[in-house]
Design a protein around this ligand. Sequence first.
Ligand code: GLN
Length: 553
Amino acid sequence: MTKHIFVTGGVVSSLGKGLTSAAIGLILERRGLSVSMQKLDPYINVDPGTMSPFQHGEVYVTNDGAETDLDLGHYERFTQAKLTKNSNFTTGNIYQSVIMRERRGDYLGRTVQVIPHITDAIKDAIQAGIGEPTGEDDAEVDVAITEIGGTVGDIESLPFLEAIRQFGIERPRDDVMFVHITLLPYLRASGEMKTKPTQQSVGKLREIGIQPDVLICRTEQPMTEDMARKISLFCNVRREAVIEERDVDLSIYQVPLMLVEAGLDRIIVNHLHLSQESHTDLSDWAAMVEQIRGTKCHIEVGIVGKYIELHDAYKSIYESLAHAGIANSTTVSLRKLSAEDVIDKGIEILEGVDGLLIPGGFGERGLEGKIAATRWARENQVPFFGICLGLQCAVIEFARNVCGLKEAHTLEHTPHTPDPVIHLLPSQEGISDKGGTMRLGGYECRLAPGSLAHKLYGEERVAERHRHRYEFNNEYRERFEAAGLLPSGIHPELDLVEIVEQPAHPFFIGVQFHPEFKSSPLRPHPIFRGFVAACLALTKDPTKIDLVAQRSP
Ligand code: GLN
């Protein structure tokens, strides 16, 4: 029977709960166990698909087309867990299902209440998150890790905490484990770290009826033995289960190594009575972290986007660039530029970058800035990588400035353009609902033999994830091809253009999908990898190569 770990957070938000949950998943996998990963979010939106990236960071898309919380990106980058529509539930989603059942009369006239109806629906969601075994070799997972969004003490998260409390008492004691992540703030004035917020947060949890089995304490400074003992005493958690998670000096990928060093792997397997290998083998992971430490070169990539002020808005893209950097022994620094600034301040703000990446986006703000930046990369032979809206910019730019279709545009922006080079498929016209109505999730793509895409992937058929409404207009395909824009990736059944490239340019590729959702530190995505390699090979600043070797020790 599957065992469960519930991860909650206290004191403040942004403690890196998602990252720590993902690290726990990896640690267990490296002890020979299989895991599932799930996030329960207390907000009312049915899914984050309709939320602004400014509010919530990027929307992460699963292979089966669910629009989910960005923490699921950490889960996939760290673990092999299969993520689906059942890997992320929100309060809105839970209430919607209960209200639908009520309307159908499923509750037979009873009063529908938070306890037990909402909490039962949450428990069902937790069960669904484990996933059904799909075939003979697909056994039930050993451990299901469920992260509860928000901070303990919020009104919104109460039904979720109540549900996991019930879940805990309905199962044998050694089947369920509660991990609480908290903060030990450092007060500069007195030069000490404080345990009181942790005590109070655990106090809140215990009021609800949850006694944490493990405390993971985020700190800036080392946690002393005295502090660990004090926390243990006041929070009723064994000393060995009070774990330090210090701020990393190099990369988030150090976190699992730190947690194993602190003994978290042993504590979990002992508590849950898991039969497993006696050793957590993170050797390849540790080698990858060493590779980051030993990075030799340095490049700078310009990102021209709409939400650049918020790092989380393009989280998976930044992570994918970091993965590609590891594979190329290169530090990738980012010059984040607002698309509007490209127009207001001039194209010079791009001067000196080794490559240009245009990420996905919606709406018209900044679109012309992205198109101008794309033109700059094409004309100056600077490596270009366009993702989703980035491909659409590349197509519009090419149509206007190479094919002479001066008013070419996307229908998303200009519904009456004479040359709608990016348009809607007939099947999508007339849709008015905003949530969940795009082309979402994994689709196959066939690559043209000998193309850049084919060389990068090293295979002819790939599958990538989508999240968009508009498409390349096939009516312009031959014309573009003749002028030097090659459609090099095609969806085999729907005949949709998924990749374009410019063979005359040293590295120019646009993709309609989101490759950033399939990159991980141990398996960097081939296009990101090739893009960073091209930036390095074509850099106009030779001091960037072997930069670290030039630094004084
Ligand atoms: N807004 C564009 C579309 O809907 C691109 C979407 C995206 O970049 N994710 O097609």
